[in-house]
Structure formats: structure tokens, C-alpha cells
Design a protein around this ligand. Structure first.
Ligand code: ZN
Length: 63
């Protein structure tokens, strides 16, 4: 059983459960994860495809 300590951890866990598949080339990254950066009340998740270098981004707001 995992214990999350912050909203960041919860969001990160949610994204970590999301399948990482590149929309450009279809590469499926099984061991990678989202890179997280935050500014103000927004959190940005970024995944750079190791195969074709396409960048996937998701942005969420902390409320
Ligand atoms: Zn790709």
C-alpha cells in the first residue's frame, strides 16, 4: 500500500499509471516516466520519446 504525501505525488502516481505511448511513432516506453515541472498553480508533465524525440505534454492545475 502506497502512501502519498502531497498532491504532486498523487498526480505523479496517476500519470505513472498511464501508458506511455508516443503518438508520433507508436513507441511504447515501459520503463520511462513523466518529467514533472511546476510553475505557480500549474504542473506540467513532459515525456520525450526516446525513439523519435517527439514531446508529449500534459498540464494540470492545482486547485
Ligand atoms: Zn516517438
Amino acid at each position: 500500500m502506497s502512501t502519498y504525501h502531497s498532491p504532486f505525488d498523487r498526480l505523479r502516481a496517476k500519470f505513472d499509471e498511464t501508458e506511455l505511448t508516443c503518438r508520433q511513432c507508436g513507441y511504447h516506453d515501459e520503463s520511462g516516466g513523466w518529467r514533472v515541472s511546476s510553475s505557480g498553480d500549474r504542473v506540467q508533465y513532459q515525456f520525450v520519446c526516446p525513439s523519435c524525440s517527439a514531446v508529449e505534454t500534459r498540464e494540470m492545475r492545482l486547485s
